[in-house]
Design a binder for this molecule. Sequence first.
Ligand code: AMP
Ligand code: MN
Ligand code: MN
Ligand code: MN
Length: 285
Amino acid sequence: MTHLLNADLHCHSVVSDGTLTPEVLAQRAKANGVELWSLTDHDEIGGQDRAIAAAQAAGLPYLTGAEISVTFAGVTVHIVGLGFDHTEPALVEGLRQTRGGREQRARDMSDDLARVGIPGVYEGALKYVGNPELISRSHFARYLVEIGVCQETNEVFRKYITEGKPGFVPHRWATLRNAVGWITDAGGVAVIAHPGRYPFTANEEYALFTEFKALGGQGVEVVTGAHGPADYVKYADYCHEFDLVASRGSDFHSPEESHTDLGQLPDLPGKVTPVWALLADRVHG
Ligand code: AMP
Ligand code: MN
Ligand code: MN
Ligand code: MN
């Protein structure tokens, strides 16, 4: 598979915090010219069979995917897994455990928002939840926009439910070791998602990449919705420094909220090895 493939290996459906179904996403990816697709719901593989079937119906090559929430050095880091066997019991159970704390966290977030005069947010957010095991801050953000507390979801993440702001509840997710292990033991490739988004110092970021590599991680997102040109250059260099392959994905959630649509990304920079070079035998269709 070529370097310049229009691969989109990161997006979300109603099975986590996206607003479209796996079937509609598959059709949108195809219409937008995507040539290799993966649905990577947060901590969830419940949409994989639907995505595989919908991709096949659309004639769209597909890799299984998930985006696992990890706590590393006190910070939430996301690890994308691609091309794994989504029936592997340790992966299925690990993701179930990772989802487990979300319900209580959501109730605590709602209690904290009530203390600053915004009541009933848990119940309001539930209207946006497509999967009862996967209530996310995105669902809170949509409800806070609905009731006029903020104009748009980005504003919610500046003023609320983010570290140091009302409604934020710290949470301990999976360990980096477990997340990488679940993915690789199920035959997949682990990828550090959107590294440009984390609030790490240079030393902490170096520690993340070093530890990730030592644990068997193999890839990093170089081109993704949250990155700009300086990030593309920086993380392409990291591919060489840490001997990692490069991934590409929009992180599309919703036509209303996401500024990068499926398949609408720059190509990977030259001189990196694309993640799909490792996954040719894992492609469905
Ligand atoms: P959670 O897994 O419940 O902590 O929710 C994290 C999700 O919130 C991310 O996957 C994004 O979809 C969304 N999110 C986080 N920060 C922002 C932001 N600044 N703007 C918009 N969405 C965000
Ligand atoms: Mn999300
Ligand atoms: Mn993410
Ligand atoms: Mn994502």
